[in-house]
Design a protein around this ligand. Sequence first.
Ligand code: MG
Length: 253
Amino acid sequence: MRTLLGIVCCGAFASWLMSAPLSAEEWVSGKVWEEPPVVTPGQNGGPPSDAVVLFDGKDLSQWENGESWIVENGYAISQGGGITSKQKFGDCQVHLEFATPEKVEGSGQGRGNSGLYMMGRYEIQILDSYENPTYFDGQCGAIYKQHPPLVNASRKPGEWQTYDVIFTAPRFDESGQLVKPAYVTVIHNGVVVQNHFEIEGATAWDRAPEYAPHGEKEPIHLQFHGNPVRFRNIWVREMRELGCRQGEAKASH
Ligand code: MG
């Protein structure tokens, strides 16, 4: 039976090959794309040339309430409330580095808790999740109370960790109705932990996720949750789709 199937399949493939023209003309889409801008990549996680640097280790002047946090030795330590970026962002790529306290105190949600809030309302959890059990959709890399990280890629307490986030903002129509939800991809220490996850609404501890209309661009927020979490090297790249128009078909070369 298997042999018979093999013969039939091989036959089908051979006849497809035979029917393909020998010298096909190149297919062109007819789309005339805007030229992709040139961007100089950063070195070792550093900001690319088109990034907005929100914290380069020197000061938190790009943040509301930044004066509350301690800045020393090229990093910032959370205390006295969260900080909110002065600049607003829509679709964007975010890079940040964080380290939960080396001295382990507390457990579960009380250990190294912070959070990266996209548009000030969609939390990507920051937590010490190295051998620290808690509810899965509240551990490090979770979209808080919506989706656990696909894997736990946490480093040990005190070690520097990276988040690289690709975020697509939700769209609302003029009446405030949700037209398209937000999506997020999160790479934690080089490991994909959220893969184009469809965000269900604003994240909260005490209520179900729900969308409420907001601006096309909103600030980024870093949470203070009672634990001195350190941050460094925070930058954002705004993303926009390339312009494109329908033109005459033109070969690529
Ligand atoms: Mg948190």
